[in-house]
Design a protein around this ligand. Structure first.
Ligand SMILES: NC(=O)c1ccc[n+]([C@@H]2O[C@H](COP(=O)([O-])OP(=O)(O)OC[C@H]3O[C@@H](n4cnc5c(N)ncnc54)[C@H](O)[C@@H]3O)[C@@H](O)[C@H]2O)c1
Length: 314
């Protein structure tokens, strides 16, 4: 298969369904050989729903004349990440592209979340991304090349009932920025995407309940509102296009950056900057913060949007 990624080897985690599957098929169409990782889990991450889904994607690729192998290791541990990377090395002796896509949801208000809810979600998304990167990094360093795309979420900016998921996804933002710096000198790039796709197994009853509650509480001013205003039900194709394009030479100068994609819209977030700053030559004290033009100036226009509707916000 000729194409943009002819001769390259890619790994996609959570590649059996939806976004990961779309990314995998696009990479294969463009000539990459792909390790298709998926344990065939359910959306809550504590049961196996369909262990054969990675192989189905492989069969589809092979039927179209491409090359792929299935790997069912669980992305949530150092061993899992190592097994996936070893599969690529054993099969093809190199890795060019790593897309960390696997992720699960376990929703609930912070006082309802259990240790298992926390561990499963954080381990799949955040520790799993560390695990595959940790295993691939020596290969990338030796090759003096490699591209990583991690998968965050706009829920990382805060989303009712998703503390574990938000924390894991925003952890991925920090991981991405730092890996870009750690591996930059070796010509290795690392970026993240915050995707939206209507094709997903993650709209579970628990998730829908928290989304509904966030609407009832009027927490719809931010990304939720933006999403609700969009016209189309976004399919995973645009997500796949962006993730795979970031792996191509067209994005050879892009690393440590943070992208948004849903259906008909793609954007890039700015690097973190202070919105406003105050200074005190001797350092700050409570009195210094109380002084005119100090703390009040810093937070004066901030409104607490999380109080019940109709309550004074300041
Ligand atoms: N769909 C959206 O709107 C949306 C929004 C924001 C972020 N995301 C993120 O995008 C990614 C893909 O989302 P999706 O909607 O396609 O999810 P999905 O649940 O439809 O598919 C995820 C796949 O990952 C696999 N998986 C889960 N845990 C795994 C593990 N430990 N090891 C290996 N495979 C595992 C599952 O079996 C599943 O096939 C996730 O990281 C998700 O958090 C999705």
């Amino acid at each position: 298969m000729p194409g943009r990624f002819a001769g390259k080897v890619a790994i996609v985690t959570g590649a059996g369904r939806n976004i990961g599957r779309a990314q995998t098929l696009l990479l294969a169409r463009e000539g990459a050989r792909v390790v298709v990782n998926d344990l065939g889990g359910g959306p809550n991450g504590d049961e196996v729903a369909d262990g054969g889904i990675a192989q189905q994607v492989v069969d589809e690729i092979v039927a179209a004349g491409g090359e792929a192998v299935a790997e069912g290791a669980i992305v949530a541990s150092i061993d899992g990440g190592a097994a996936i990377v070893a599969r690529a090395m054993d099969q093809w002796g190199r890795i060019d592209i790593l897309i960390n896509n696997a992720g699960i949801f376990r929703a609930g208000r912070i006082d309802e979340l259990t240790e298992q809810d926390w561990d499963l979600v954080v381990n799949v998304s955040l520790k799993g991304s560390f695990a595959t990167i940790r295993a691939a990094a020596p290969v990338f360093i030796a090759q003096r090349s490699g591209v990583i795309v991690n998968t965050g979420s706009t829920s990382g900016y805060g989303h009712y009932g998703m503390a574990n998921y938000s924390a894991a996804k925003e952890g991925i933002a920090g991981l991405t920025r730092t890996v870009a710096r750690d591996l930059g000198e070796f010509g290795v790039r690392c970026n993240m995407i915050r995707p939206i796709s209507a094709q997903t197994t993650t709209r579970t009853e628990g998730v829908m309940r928290t989304i509904q509650r966030s609407r009832e509480l009027g927490q719809t001013y931010n990304w939720n509102r933006r999403l609700a205003l969009r016209r189309m039900m976004p399919m995973p194709d645009s997500v796949a296009a962006l993730a795979v394009w970031l792996c191509s030479d067209a994005a050879a100068h892009v690393s440590g950056r943070d992208f948004f994609v849903q259906g008909d819209e793609i954007g890039v977030f700015p690097e973190r900057e202070l919105h406003r700053a105050i200074f005190a030559a001797e350092g700050f004290t409570l009195d210094a913060l109380d002084a005119p033009g100090s703390g009040e100036y810093l937070v004066g226009d901030i409104v607490n949007r999380f109080l019940p509707r109709g309550t004074m916000a300041h």
